[in-house]
Design a binder for this molecule. Structure first.
Ligand SMILES: *Cc1c(COP(=O)(O)O)cnc(C)c1O
Length: 454
């Protein structure tokens, strides 16, 4: 019998986070103050983040120690398992070897607690009493609710309206761990009221919810804000995934040729791929990392690389990133966690330098991929994860056509057990293809007056 699972012991939970900034040939450009267009210093972030996280945000140290208290909580679900997808390989009749790293074993059901626990820890260290945040599909809000609960911090979540209506059980999950949840846009903030005045039926967007959560944090000195993706420190925390995966691939006697992961703001993609990209930088390996995004929110494949705001109202610094424009409101597709207009600056720079790749998929193709995965490997993937699976299936089919075997590693970054509404919509034929026209993208980008890059 061949081994299906590749498991590590608790002792092998990584002791350090890997900071890819140290190895990047071109460092990302600095964030800019929107008013002066001058680079901002770390102090500009102090009203919304604790200094411990700001230090990580700007750090160029290659390895950053993980405090024992955090590793202790990680033990609840880490190290996470890796599997060989024998059944999927068989169904595709492909010579490719397919593996997947599964983060759905965390209590919140995704990779998000890896950073939520770390962020709550550093906030607690600095005496923060309340943390505000946004959530799209509810994965991030759940993870932060869990983490704040461990550290005795209040948690206030602005949940994108469309998801709030579609995913009531995610809200109850957050409530169970003690968080307060509000649909966004809400009437609790200037930002929310402004959007509601323009469109009382706004489905919301991550950009709007971020504006609301930041506004609340800026108003109160004991309140800080927390972001579940995009920022350097978030991507850093997620590198525990890839470090484990490097060891697990070694145990399997293999090395991936191709890594695929869904892409929202970049955290799960970075978490799995950065420790493998380290092998490219250090040992000259040629591992390809492909970020898979929805055709309805294609910032990596069709956006522009330029300075833009991280939120809709323009409260964040200007960040050098691939973007569709901060006013972009994506179509209400079901992969809620991927509906964000921009990409993290580390991943953006890596894409610009052609050190990673990106690919877009429409949502019907993604659900077909996810359902094939569920039927063969049994786990029902989060709709976001289906995007990476769709890329993997394309690559496995290409192996068959070309008659070559490649090793493909999929990031199964979450389960879809709270996403039955989305699967139901697929089964009842209610999901439609939604691909943006050139005009829609051009219109959204035309609203920007921020600096172009390169
Ligand atoms: C949040 C989330 C994503 C998208 O965010 P990234 O930062 O790009 O990882 C993707 N998949 C799942 C399961 C998520 O919870």
């Amino acid at each position: 019998m061949k081994d299906k699972k590749i498991l590590l012991s608790e002792k092998e939970i990584p002791e350090k986070w890997y900071n890819i900034m140290a190895d990047m040939p071109n460092k990302p450009l600095p964030p800019l103050n929107p008013a002066t267009r001058e680079p901002i210093g770390p102090d500009a972030l102090a009203p919304i983040f604790p200094m411990g996280l700001i230090a990580q945000e700007v750090s160029t140290e290659k390895w950053i120690e993980i405090p024992d208290e955090i590793r202790d909580i990680y033990k609840l679900w880490r190290p996470s398992p890796m599997y060989r997808a024998y059944n999927l390989e068989k169904a595709l009749d492909t010579p490719a070897k397919i593996y997947y790293k599964y983060e759905g074993v965390s209590p919140a059901g995704s990779h998000k607690p890896n950073t939520a626990i770390a962020q709550a820890y550093y906030n607690k260290q600095e005496g923060v009493k309340r943390i505000t945040t946004e959530t799209g599909a509810g994965q991030w809000g759940s993870a932060l609710a869990l983490a704040c609960n461990f550290f005795g911090i209040e948690c206030e979540v602005y949940m994108v309206r469309i998801s709030y209506d579609h995913k009531p059980y995610r809200k109850v999950m957050m409530n169970t761990w003690g968080a307060q949840v509000f649909p966004s846009p809400s009437d609790r903030t200037e930002a929310g009221r402004k959007i509601l005045a323009m469109d009382p039926n706004s489905p919301g967007s991550l950009g709007i919810a971020i504006s609301e959560a930041i506004e609340r944090a800026v108003m109160d000195e004991n309140t800080k804000y927390s972001l579940g993706s995009v920022l350097n420190h978030v991507l850093l925390h997620q590198t525990v995934i890839g470090q484990e995966a490097v060891k697990q691939m070694e145990m399997a006697g293999d090395l991936p040729d191709i890594i695929v992961a869904p892409f929202g703001g970049g955290s799960n993609f970075a978490g799995l791929s950065f420790p493998f990209l380290r092998l490219n930088f250090e040992e000259g390996k040629k591992i390809r990392a492909i970020a898979s995004e929805p055709a309805s929110c294609p910032k990596l494949t069709r956006g522009q690389f330029r300075y833009d705001f991280g939120d809709t109202i323009g409260m964040t610094p200007l960040l050098p990133m691939y973007t569709l424009g901060h006013n972009f409101v994506p179509a209400p597709i079901h992969a809620g966690g991927l509906r964000y207009h921009g990409a993290g600056i580390l991943v953006s720079q890596l894409l610009k330098d052609k050190l990673i790749e990106a690919r877009a998929h429409n949502q019907i193709e993604c659900f077909e991929a996810g359902i094939l995965f569920a039927k063969t490997e049994a786990i029902i993937p989060a709709p976001e994860a289906n995007h990476g699976i769709a890329t993997a299936i394309q690559e496995a089919r290409k192996c068959k056509e070309e008659g070559v075997s490649r090793t493909i590693l999929i990031h199964l970054c979450g389960h879809g057990n709270f996403d039955m509404g989305a699967y139901e919509a697929y089964f009842s034929g209610k999901l439609t293809e939604h691909e943006l026209t050139e005009k829609e993208i051009a219109n959204s980008l035309a609203e920007l007056d921020t600096p172009m890059i390169g």
